[in-house]
Design a protein around this ligand. Sequence first.
Ligand SMILES: Nc1ncnc2c1ncn2[C@@H]1O[C@H](COP(=O)(O)OP(=O)(O)OP(=O)(O)O)[C@@H](O)[C@H]1O
Length: 352
Amino acid sequence: MIQIEKLSKVYRSRGREVNAVDGVDLTVREGEVFGVLGRSGAGKSTLLRCVNLLERPDSGRIVVDGRDLLSLDGRALRRARQGIGMIHQHFGLLSSRTVAGNVAFPLEVMGVPKAERAGRVAELLELVGLAEQARAYPAQLSGGQKQRVGIARALAGRPKVLLSDEATSALDPETTASILELLRDLNRRLGLTVLLITHEMEVVKRICDSVAIMREGRVVESGPVRELLLRPGSELARDLLPLPETVPDGPAAATVVDVTFEGESADRPFISSLARTYSIDVNILGGSVERIGGTRFGRLRIELPGDPDLNAAQIAHLREAGLTVEVRTPAAPEPLAGTAVPETAAEEASLS
Ligand SMILES: Nc1ncnc2c1ncn2[C@@H]1O[C@H](COP(=O)(O)OP(=O)(O)OP(=O)(O)O)[C@@H](O)[C@H]1O
């Protein structure tokens, strides 16, 4: 649905150049919720704003719903942009207009006749659960209600794509949950493709099907959430399922292993099975379990007696049970979040 190829945007100000987006390739499939994650300054907003050409990229290609945006101008471009709605962190409502007036605004701009507008506004407000507030002014609404108006307004032109720029960052956790639920519901009911940027892990856990992690203008990891969580060395797994930062300096003759599990394998007692099968003591050093996209995922750091060579069969046993296994011995520190995964991590991961 959205194809981004070799996209770059450089800002130049006072003799300084910032590669805000630096050769990004990204594919967002039709009907999915795709999250772009990254720290402040990573280039997320710039990337999002390029997708509806609020920001003009220096180079690259953006294809949305089969239209190559950078090749369009005038009416064709306006048409294409109508197919892309956008919501913002601070809602951006017109304070002098009622809720209904705010939602009607894009319809007026699009030239929808007055007689049709009222019906469409009522339909949109119903969709976001705000039918009762049609005559209220933004100042009379809660943050969550304001964002619902923002969503109704963004959907006025019946877009196939919704861009979300930190839409829940200004909201409390409970309201965040209800807005995320609404976005998921709209995504399913309308077949809406959602591309969102966020720094909140809660957003990823609740609604993202796929994610891309950005750093310094580049995508350093991307793919379906499940695939990334089960991929050795994944930054997403490190952020969503954190483990203790370092491997303890235990006895040299021990093997420290990180085990990632999901759904069914989470319900099987793999630790006791391992201990029983090989008559060994398994020491649990730390772990976390989370419900992500409705499925339970977890990571455990365990310690097995003896060095990795001696534990080859035990490690194979875990892998055969459908678990992702990363061998961390000898005492490899967990790479700090936000730093590149050292090549050795991948090598460690392939150790068996
Ligand atoms: N209009 C601008 N002029 C100059 N530099 C800019 C401009 N907009 C963004 N930048 C710079 O580009 C880089 C990427 O910014 P961007 O806002 O896209 O990042 P971000 O990941 O969305 O961060 P945040 O969450 O803080 O908005 C930053 O270094 C930022 O300072």
